[in-house]
Ligand binder design. Sequence first.
Ligand code: ACM
Length: 680
Amino acid sequence: MTTLTALRFCATATLALAISGLSATAQQFQNHLMPQPAKISIGSGGLALDSTFAVEVPGVSDARLTDAIDRAVRRIEMDTGLRHAGRGEVGKTKLVVKVDRPSAPVQSLEEDESYALVVTPAGAEIDAATEVGAMHGLETLIQLVQPNGASYFIPAVTINDTPRFRWRGLMVDCARHFEPVAVIKRTINGMAAVKLNVFHWHLTEDQGFRIQSHVYPALTGKSSDGLFYTQQDAKEIVAYARARGIRVVPEFEMPGHSTAWLFAYPSLASGSNPDGVRREFGISDYAIDPTREATYTFIDRFLTEMATVFPDSYVHIGGDEAPAPDWKTNPRILAFKKAHNLKDNDALQAWFNTRILKIVARLHKHMMGWDEVLTPGLPKDVVVQSWRGEASLSKGAKLGYKGVLSAPYYLDAMKPASVHYLADPLPSTSDLTPDQRALILGGEVCMWGEHIFPGTIDSRIWPRTAAIAERFWSPENVRDVDDMYHRLIPISVELESLGLTHIQSEDAALRELTGTENIDALRTFASVVEPVSFSERSETQRTSQLTALDRLIDAVRPDPPARHWFEAAVKRLLADPKGDSADRALLAAWFTTLSDAVPAARQQILASPCLAEASTRADQLLMLTAMGQQSLQYLAKDEKAAPGWKAKQNHALDEIRKPSALVRFAVLPTFSDLVQAVPE
Ligand code: ACM
């Protein structure tokens, strides 16, 4: 175990260094921290890790804190090949964790998450107001560990850290496709590692109801296909998250996206009734009836029951995409609208929201909803989660509503980490006043569930979410994309050691698709392609909940590491195209590796019914690598391209840009940059 874990860590460090072009120097601080702390100063030397830890907890101490320290120490010991304390080993490496005051039983938005971490050659000390701050300090400590020749050390640093935003969330839709408890736990492990603090659990959808109700057992009895969380499961997740400084905010969608409620309890419906849960995706016409008292009695009893499972002071009621045509045609509902002077469906939904808010308030909770809940007359206590654009977040704040930004953080758009990273919940250019700025609580990453299952969810969330977590935590001016990618590789590997499968899942899927362990060539091909976006897939493939997710798109990862590596190498090369550049040799060798892999990859692609459609992409990789090699040669000699060469390459690039096999070349824009740089 010792050798293996040490090797794993060395491999990470080597890859990161190779990609950045740096060379390792003994005791030199390598900043791999993600998120970057608010303030860091580097000392000289560091704390050698040549023994297990002697931990002191001189302040407040309870089981949550000591468990968190044990987990952190165990991870460092695993990473560095130290023997575990408790097996006759007396620790010598001093670690002090000092917490000022006990935490509230339920973590709140007001939790003080700040911490100070001081590392000297004599020891490490974390000082925090609360246990949650101490846990963040422990994650930073783990990320600081680095190799130093034959052993490991923690560089001498002084860090004073505090989050920029109080609400740093990840929403996971477990309703369209169910995700087992083990998947949720590893997701929470990853969140804690990058200092996210809200797990927003999307539990109900047209496609399924995933949380057990004893009061209304048909919700899962009829509308879950047997795939749901028992209340015991949910309580276990809540406790698991709390142990890691993470709040759990449950979402129960109403009045739209409610087919699962209505199939189980038809008396809730507005007129038309579904004859099953919905298998296709998109927006449903079914809606909960907001005009009957019985609806509110039902929701009151349900939310009261859920309050015993989910202690967080926020509850999310969805509220998005509820066209509800029945509200425009059902005579009873039309009469209700007239009697209450509700001019349209928006007004009726606002009326519904106000009634639900009363229930939520009686439970001493705050209500949250998607953009659409922001209608005239909405009480100011409701938090608006902005998914349709940044403008609506600003609009909400100007009207006095608290808001959380999600629009730029939709992972199913399959955008590079850099694009999400640069999107700021509250840019300095914002025209909000200081009071309005204070209403922006933070941001939430969204992982919708149409096209994911336990085999792919991790690679869609990670490591891109680590970059977004930095946007939510670190100062606004931390925006260097190359530096972010440099740090993303070690954190990605650390995330995998926490049980996430985002790197290995691609290989596992390729093995499954080909029925062989020999996937070297196919892996090389797959390393430069990525999934198309949710909308592009939906336009091309009519997916439903029953569609098998077993194509190349379901194997490959968004924003594969090769994309940014290639982009950065070409940028350096083009800064001095004729120079005697190491990058030229590296790029030429890489093009050769890629093209050499194509024949064997192509053979495997054609032999697999699920992959065969991608053979065109394999052929196109040969075209790309050939144009890459030719571009390098022209550039090295500063030679003009042969007449018509560039037009031909651009035509090929246009063809390759067209949709095919639901995957695209993540490296295509950089091949185009190379071609355009050739003089003509
Ligand atoms: C949403 O994406 N409909 C919240």
